[in-house]
Design a protein around this ligand. Sequence first.
Ligand SMILES: [Zn+2]
Length: 360
Amino acid sequence: MPKVSAFFAKKTTKKVAARISNRDGGLYFYEVDTLGPVPPSVFLHASMLEARIQPKGKIMVNYPTDSWVNQNNPLEYPYDSPEYSNTEYRGEPQLLTPNMKHWNQFSLDKLGAPPNLPSIYDEEIPAAHSRARRIYMLATFCLLKKLGFVYTDRTLGHNIGTMLVSRTGKVLSWGVNTGEYRHAEVNTLVGYFLRNPTETNLPVDSVLFSTLKPCRMCSTFINQAWNGGKTRVWYGMMDEGESGATPLLGTQSTKFTGGELELDVWELLSESGTLDSAIKAKGTKPVQVAYQGGKVDLYDKLSKSGGSTRKMSAADWVDKSPEVVALLNAAVTKFQGKAGKARDDGPIKSVLLYLKDFVK
Ligand SMILES: [Zn+2]
């Protein structure tokens, strides 16, 4: 009987993730040379989900996971190193072929002519361009509605959306959560690298908008695709739970100032009056969410409610909270209201015209 370690020894030039099937004892693996910084273990895991295989077994890898998992807060994901793999297996290893439509289902059709802004990347930009940048954040919230992805159960993933935008305002890729490993950011990154197969990094000075602060896993992928600290992340909702507790993005670049936009977005939304009771001016009061029959502040008190010091990730309640769903709806209403008017000829109008049919 061959050993799994013998298989890994033959694969030293490629990143490989493998698992032994509980069903037939066979060794299944996925290898990847491209598709950016997302490791093959994520693709392997996705393949298992697509094949309706319970992804509980060990996934073995021949590359160090500590490069993409924060060692201080190890993720409870079933990865293991090849040393584990003295397990015997029967038959020949089989290469899994993931269903890539899950990764590139997020079409860029219906986008209008790109606005060609001077820059939405720079920290200091004229007020009109800063407002245009906020439109992208609103549009990212709209993505969740675009595919009817506002749901209240977890079978399809969480209510989180992301959009990758070039320095000049062209949408390069987007995604929403569609599963345990297919986070919105992962779908967005893989979608970008599928469309640009020769690239291994995100474009210089591109901007990633995310409705929720990226989790540790996604932060690591973004970090690795960052191309020398030149991609900036803006997020709409803070996650102070375990998943969001990563210094990866923050330490990579001092220019990571998502909080500023968080206030902008909340301020924009509260203008509509829809969420006045939940969102105070400047976002100084956290949004409240329904939790265990009561209401608690958005990201500060969930740990105390459960009698545990462990803070829930915001991703765990983002689907369940009527207030967060209201936030999403308010963003859509706000965007559509602005798109319906779009009077001035400045950058806001060009961005709204560009995105209006896309996010519909
Ligand atoms: Zn994530």
